[in-house]
Write a protein that binds this ligand. Sequence first.
Ligand code: ADE
Ligand code: ZN
Length: 337
Amino acid sequence: MNNNLIQEIPKTELHLHIEGTLEPELMFSLAQRNHIKLPFASLEKTKEAYNFSNLQSFLDVYYQGANVLINEQDFFDLTFAYLQKAASQNIVHTEIFFDPQTHTDRGIPFATIINGINQALIKAKEELNISSYLILCFLRHLSEESAFQTLEEALKYQDQIIGIGLDSSELGHPPSKFKNVFKKAKEAGFLTVAHAGEEGPPEYIWEAINILGVSRIDHGVRCLEDQKLIDYLRETQIPLTVCPLSNVKLKVFNSIQEHNLKKLLDLGLCVTVNSDDPAYFGGYLVENFLAIKDGLNLTDSEVKKLVENGFKASFLPEELKLVNFFRFTQLLTPQLF
Ligand code: ADE
Ligand code: ZN
């Protein structure tokens, strides 16, 4: 498939942390606007700091960057900038993670965060015709008690939040730590997802499925170490939201050529492609597609399958999934067959 077509096909993005879209330029201008001192001397030095050895080394920089977000306008600017970028790559639907505890722990009110983000989603729907859902992630390095407090806030905004997720430092913080708060979230009607099997073992993927009852696994690439889990994921078609450039940047794989995405696809799993924290990992969604297409020699029908899976795995209502399937199948038919 040629690169223009990858750019043009209507796509979804299902694994995207809004705080991970903070480009260094915006970080610097918000730092200036809010009189915040950054630990980086210049834009160049900031980009040099984006040299990560694992997930934790990235998270340390990512949480520092988020300190520049103070006012509703800052959350609006961050979110609208991502949505403009997404629309320019023909993403028609996106399911966005946000990490409220990163901000509420610094004294930023929950309302400031969600109102800023939500205003941007509304404007982008009107002006860019991109639809979005919000997924609130609990930070797993914090306690379940803190997650419960965050869930209380989320309940006041349930019309604006479709789901609950789990992110941050995976090792040592298994999904089972959040069993009770996920149970309450599901009872309240939230859909659920969880990061699992990025750095953590297959057991964490099992826990996310069996103990948290999630609808999707974020990353999940370590499932290949457990044959029973592979069989289960194939039978149930529980989607994996895979983030290729992220996995290379955070040393889950040494190179894009060594990424296991093609193996996961060959095994019949419902794999999707996503950008995770694009401002930190060197590429948005199209760049992720191009990297795997070239690095793993994907065929046209494999790329098509990945795009199709993105719609299938989304939380869109079935009728909207069908409309989107139709749109992109029409666009692809003459080129592929
Ligand atoms: N928060 C932002 N990006 C993340 C990732 N890749 N894994 C876990 N937590 C995250
Ligand atoms: Zn992530």
